[in-house]
Design a binder for this molecule. Structure first.
Ligand code: ATP
Length: 271
């Protein structure tokens, strides 16, 4: 069973490192680069995995886990790296780990080129659910990662990923439904969606999209073998998403206070 309080506490510290730079223990710094469909995130940890600093930027340089705008991706990673190095008093960040969404391993080279082009040495390439499970540390269960473009899941048995699936339907689809419903632009819909005070109002509108995400998970999980889902990814920030998942799948659904930076932090741990 995951220790939810430990995860919440760690994620609070990661979140704090977006605004504040913490003093590292030891001489080595670890970096996790998460190239996402909706956000690019860089997390810096010290050698004891204490959160030191974090920067992120909204970006649409990837589609379905694949880099579609190499120059754009490179420019953003360079900028985020420079911002972090400035925050660290000019200290250069050298090593970094990266991760791929499930099923896009063929694009591994492009991800590495972006990291290397920005001046990193890539020390590890992992899959996103394994990265998330470095934070969750569950033995048996299902990690569900809902980002901008897709709903991904990893079935873990004895701490090993035994099955990985990833299908379209993510936060982008949620925003499209909101935009259509309110007759507003996609960008305006994104703002409403990320405003926690609006979640109660928007949940009934986007319920069908969330049910679709839950149906993707249900299709791959045998409730006789697995009884718990562990949510992560930006879209899981939606208040009430866990109740819809429980109802649709019949599985206990656990979500930390902030599921957004779980995968980027998990990538950094593996640097
Ligand atoms: P992918 O995993 O599909 O490559 P990604 O890694 O960029 O994408 P995340 O960063 O995990 O995905 O999540 C991005 C999504 O989370 C976006 O659709 C964004 O609108 C959504 N999101 C971010 N914050 C919130 C919030 N507070 N409430 C609801 N949705 C949110």
């Amino acid at each position: 069973m995951m220790d939810l309080e430990r995860v919440n506490e760690y994620m609070r510290r990661i979140e704090a490192s977006e605004k504040e730079t913490f003093k590292p223990v030891g001489s080595k710094l670890k970096v996790g680069l998460d190239l996402g469909t909706a956000f690019i995130v860089l997390v810096v940890l010290d050698e004891e995995d204490n959160p030191i600093a974090c920067e992120k930027q909204a970006a649409s340089v990837l589609r379905d886990g694949i880099v579609v705008d190499y120059t754009g991706a490179l420019a953003i990673v360079r900028e985020l790296k420079a911002k972090l190095e400035k925050r660290l008093g000019g200290r250069e960040l050298i090593n970094c780990a990266i991760a791929m969404p499930a099923g896009t391993e063929s694009s591994m080279k492009t991800h590495s080129y972006v990291a290397e082009g920005a001046g990193f040495e890539v020390t590890n390439v992992l899959d996103e659910p394994t990265a998330a499970n470095s934070i969750y540390q569950i033995e048996n269960g299902v990690v569900v990662d809902i980002g901008g473009g897709t709903t991904g899941l990893a079935i873990l048995r004895d701490r090993k990923v035994v099955q990985i699936e990833d299908e379209p339907t993510g936060g982008t689809h949620v925003s499209l439904v909101l935009a259509g419903n309110y007759h507003i632009t996609f960008a305006e819909a994104e703002v409403i969606k990320q405003d926690y005070s609006k979640h109660r109002e928007i949940l009934p509108i986007v319920k069908a999209v969330v049910e679709k995400m839950a149906s993707i998970v249900k299709k791959y999980v045998d409730p006789k073998q697995m009884d718990t889902l562990y949510l992560c990814g930006g879209t899981c920030c939606l208040t009430g998403i866990e109740q819809i998942f429980e109802k649709e799948t019949g599985l206990t659904t656990i979500k930390p206070e902030n599921p957004f930076l779980v995968t980027p932090a998990g990538i950094a741990i593996n640097c």
